[in-house]
Write a protein that binds this ligand. Structure first.
Ligand code: NAP
Length: 266
């Protein structure tokens, strides 16, 4: 079988380092290059903390795509940079697997349009942890019976976007099956702004940021005399890598746009 040529953007990041290890450890994957803000012209293996690797480091993403002609881009950067990389990859018909979170609805619509025009596959997954995908699916199932729900997402304090991509995705999936309901008392008033969290179709989303956390989410449903809590915890970043691998293996066979790992898990 032909090797899948992969470029990783954001290799020095916490997720990027795990993805580098995944690609180096996977038999039919080739780490063709990495895209970083620094170290132009070096080999990845020459950078402190990386294992032996001849993969060249590029700071210019477009030049990287022109010279390397990869099959897949794995992007684990920041929302703005990730959006630029994904757009550019699609322009060159390179299939993106994007873990970067914080894309807006308009960003996602634009990328979906580009995939259709370019007939190029793209997977955007706000959460690569299989357990988190199940948590979202179970929450959608529960929302058919419980209209009152609050989402509490908890992450490390270096996270840039709030609420998390997973929380937004959960709210979207719940909204698909839940009749809109403005929750809480009709005369409810916040004495400190933000106390009730963000509002998505009448549901509330609360974002906790603390050092020590990785990625966690609790979805709480309430009804007369009962509550139901569905919770998922990622305790390290390697928990995301089986999902990254599934996305890479799937995207190489696809010519369309997928948002959310749940759409490629049976
Ligand atoms: P991180 O440790 O801050 O890493 C982000 C990396 O992106 C940094 O190394 C940063 O480089 C790099 N970067 C910034 N601008 C760049 C550019 N122009 N070119 C190349 N690299 C650039 O963050 P993280 O925890 O790894 O998370 C990365 C992204 O994945 C975030 O959006 C996060 O929310 C998301 N995430 C997704 C999942 C999932 O399952 N989908 C799970 C966890 C996290 P510098 O060091 O030079 O700034």
């Amino acid at each position: 079988m032909k090797n899948v040529k992969i470029v990783i953007a954001g290799p020095r990041g916490r997720m990027g380092r795990e993805a580098v290890q995944l690609v180096l450890d996977t038999e039919n994957y080739e780490l063709a290059a990495v895209v970083d803000r620094k170290h132009e012209g070096k080999k990845l293996g020459e950078i402190d903390g990386f294992p032996q690797s001849e993969a060249p480091v590029y700071t210019d993403f477009e030049k990287c795509l022109q010279e390397i002609e990869p099959d897949v881009l794995i992007d684990l950067t920041t929302p703005e940079v990730g959006m630029f990389h994904t757009r550019t990859a699609l322009k060159y018909k390179v299939r993106p697997v994007v873990g970067t979170t914080g894309f807006s609805k308009d960003d996602l619509s634009e990328l979906e349009r580009m995939c259709t025009e370019q007939e190029t596959g793209c997977i955007i997954a706000p959460n690569f942890a299989v357990g988190a995908v199940l948590m979202m699916k179970f929450s959608q199932m529960a929302a058919r019976y419980f209209r009152d729900v609050e989402i509490i997402e908890l992450h490390h304090d270096q996270k840039l976007d709030a609420p998390s991509g997973t929380a937004v995705k959960t709210a979207q999936m719940i909204a698909e099956v839940r009749e809109t309901k403005i929750q809480g008392h009709k005369d409810e008033k916040e004495t400190i702004k933000g106390a009730r969290g963000a509002d998505y179709d009448g549901m509330h989303i609360h974002s906790v940021r603390l050092p020590g956390l990785i990625a966690h989410q609790q979805v709480m449903f309430g009804a007369d005399g009962q509550t139901l809590t569905i919770r998922h915890d990622s305790y390290n970043r390697s928990s995301f890598m089986s999902g990254v691998k599934l996305a890479v293996d799937t995207v190489v066979k696809m010519d369309s746009f997928v948002y959310g790992l749940e759409n490629i898990i049976e």
